[in-house]
Every structure is written in structure tokens, then in C-alpha cells.
Design a protein around this ligand. Structure first.
Ligand code: SF4
Length: 362
């Protein structure tokens, strides 16, 4: 635990006082126990004036309009734009982090833009984004800001999306996910050894979050697994993961297998071959999952959506661009009438693959 000035912070939730004078943060399973002036493991929450505070409320690492498919979410308003932002810090230590410049950021100079929840909701509305995504770093650690932004978005009819590792305390889950219309939760591997060795976290806490979101909320859920050569890509592990998703969450939860690119502290591991992602997709399909995708590679077949009943391609994709649409206005297969799981508009969005940085007036 480090002692650092938490300038500009706001009171945080989910903590209590211990008998030995420390305070314990329960926002995530790390349960940091802090003396006055110390910061927690995530570096953006700490103890100041005898309470837990959040240092990144109202501050962002930048805003961008993205395709919703990039989160990735393939069954939530396909083709629409999402206003994406993150803050700084993280409560995991993934050695393969693809956003390490943000998640490992400690200095506030990473946080270039200040924006109120109302300003973010207004910017989404004015730019035509149908949703706001809390992404780039894990929104669990800036819960108070994310929840306020979500409330402001709901006021103006904009949806909200959490992109998260799902490493959140039991007590905080209802507030956090209750504020989100959709979530993409990482299931980073399917062994506790993987979580402990590469993320200093635990698998069970993430599985509990997945079960909670699927069975206790109305939040639309998709899952992402980044396959890393030699670490979590064996057929046995992919099979066990897929079977767990089918049996415990159901066949309708979309699962994205994405390609690793050498980054952060794993630059000596090669990129994931396309064949590994395609093998994983076949395994998950055989396990009974209905919607399985490959990501971070060019693979039209693996990124399109198929009707689970008749096999018709109901949403064609080339990268992040929608190339065909075979759903009716109620989200049913135009060929056989079977419902496709998800949240769909009457037709596809037209945002395409663009990525457009945005300045949000504070
Ligand atoms: S949210 Fe941050 S301070 Fe709280 S327990 Fe997790 S890592 Fe520690």
C-alpha cells in the first residue's frame, strides 16, 4: 500500500472500519485494509480523512466514439456507436494487459478530460451514440462515477455498457450492474492457477459475478476470453470453460474468443494464431453454445451471427461493419421466426468501423 496525496477526491462506498483502526474496502475481493493516507491496490481509491475516497471521479483518459462490436458486444444494438471512456488504474494486474498505459496509469496527467455525468450523457445524445461504455480500464474501481453517469444516461434515454473483469465484491454487485444495460465480462481463463499467476486474482469471484449478472439482473451479458498461446488455450481448458457457460449461464450467452498480441509484461509470447480461435469456436459450438465469435482477427464467418434454429446468417459482419441483416423488427430470424437472443433495434445501425475521438465539454 502506498502513501500518496488523493487530491480532488470524492467519498467512496463499500468500506467499513476494522477493530485495529484500519478501514477495509469491500468494493472488490482484494479487501484492501488501509491506514490513513494509504492508497489501495487499484491506486485510485484510498483512505483520506478517515474514509475511503475515489480520486478519479469526473476525470477521464479521453472519449471516443466506437462501434459497439468493438467492446465486444454483438447482440446489443448491432451497428450502433458507443461513447467510450475510462479513467485510470485497475484492480487486477494482468501481465497481458492490452490497455496497460491506462490501467497502470498512476499520475493524473493520464486523465486529460474532466466531464460531469450530465455532460457525458448529453455528448452521447448529441453525437448519436446509443450507449455509453465504461471501458479501457475496469469501471468497478470508479463505481461512484460510473453509476452517476449511468443515471444521467438513463434520464436522456442513452444505454450503458460495462466492460469489466467482473472482479467485484458481492455487496457492490447490485448497485453496479443494476446501473448497466449491458456488460461484457472477461473470463480470462478457466483455472485458478491462471488467475493467480497472471492476474493476481481468483477465478471463483469472477464466476460468481457471471452467475449473478445472468440470473439476478436484466443486464445483457456477453463474455470475452483472450486466448494466450500456452497459457489458457488448450482444448481441455476451452472445453471446460464452454461447458460451464452452457450449463451454468445457458446457451444464449455470446462468447468471444479474441487473439492476444504481445504486450505489457508478456512480449515474449507469440500472437494467437487464427487457427486457435477457430478451434476454440468449434469446441464451444460442440459444447452447445449458440453464439460464438472470434475477435482481433479478420474472420467473416467467425464474426457473423447465425440463427441457432435454422443456421441462417442473421447478421453478417466484416470486422466491425455490418454487411447483412436477417432479423425482423422484433429480433427474430427472418427465415424461420426463431428469436435471436439480445437487444435489437428494428434494423442495424450505420456507424460502421469508425473510431472518432470526442471532446466532451465539462
Ligand atoms: S477497489 Fe481498490 S481499494 Fe478497494 S479493495 Fe479493490 S483494489 Fe483495494
Amino acid at each position: 500500500m502506498e502513501n500518496i496525496d488523493m487530491g480532488g477526491s470524492v467519498p467512496g462506498r463499500y468500506w467499513y472500519r476494522l477493530g485495529d483502526g484500519r478501514v477495509q474496502c469491500d468494493l472488490c475481493p482484494r479487501e484492501c485494509k488501509l491506514h490513513e493516507g494509504q492508497r489501495g491496490f487499484c491506486f485510485v481509491r484510498g483512505r483520506e480523512n478517515d474514509q475511503i475516497v475515489l480520486a478519479t471521479y469526473g476525470r477521464s483518459s479521453g472519449f471516443c466514439l466506437d462501434p459497439i462490436e468493438k467492446k465486444p458486444l454483438n447482440h446489443f444494438l448491432p451497428g450502433s456507436a458507443v461513447l467510450s471512456f475510462g479513467t485510470a488504474g485497475c484492480n487486477l494486474t494482468c501481465k497481458f494487459c492490452q490497455n496497460w498505459d491506462i490501467s497502470k496509469a498512476r499520475a493524473h496527467d493520464r486523465l486529460q478530460q474532466e466531464a460531469s455525468p450530465e455532460a457525458i450523457a448529453r455528448a452521447a445524445l448529441e453525437s448519436g451514440a446509443q450507449s455509453v461504455a465504461f471501458t479501457y480500464n475496469d469501471p468497478v474501481i470508479f463505481l461512484e462515477y460510473a453509476v452517476d453517469v449511468a443515471a444521467a444516461c438513463r434520464e436522456v434515454g442513452v444505454k450503458t455498457v460495462a466492460v469489466t473483469a467482473g472482479y467485484i465484491g458481492e455487496g457492490a454487485r447490485p448497485e453496479f450492474f443494476g446501473a448497466m444495460d449491458a456488460a461484457n465480462i472477461d473470463l480470462k481463463g478457466f483455472t485458478d492457477d491462471f488467475y493467480r499467476k497472471l492476474c493476481t486474482a481468483s477465478l471463483d469471484d469472477v464466476l460468481e459475478t457471471l452467475l449473478y449478472v445472468k440470473h439476478e439482473t436484466d443486464t445483457w451479458l456477453e463474455i470475452t476470453t483472450l486466448l494466450i498461446p500456452g497459457e489458457n488455450d488448450s482444448s481441455q481448458e476451452v472445453g471446460a470453460l464452454s461447458e460451464w457457460v452452457v450449463e451454468r449461464l445457458g446457451p444464449d450467452v455470446p462468447l468471444h474468443f479474441t487473439a492476444f498480441h504481445p504486450d505489457w509484461r508478456m512480449r515474449d509470447v507469440p500472437p494467437t494464431p487464427a487457427s486457435t480461435l477457430k478451434r476454440a469456436r468449434d469446441i464451444a459450438q460442440a459444447a452447445g453454445l449458440r453464439y460464438i465469435y472470434t475477435g482481433n482477427i479478420r474472420d467473416e464467418a467467425g464474426q457473423s451471427t447465425y440463427c441457432h434454429a435454422c443456421g441462417e446468417r442473421v447478421i453478417g459482419r466484416d470486422g466491425y461493419t455490418i454487411t447483412s441483416w436477417g432479423l425482423d423488427a422484433e429480433g427474430r430470424c427472418a427465415s424461420c421466426g426463431e428469436t435471436c437472443a439480445g437487444t435489437f433495434a428494428a434494423g442495424p445501425g450505420t456507424w460502421g468501423a469508425r473510431r472518432a475521438p470526442l471532446i466532451v465539454a465539462a
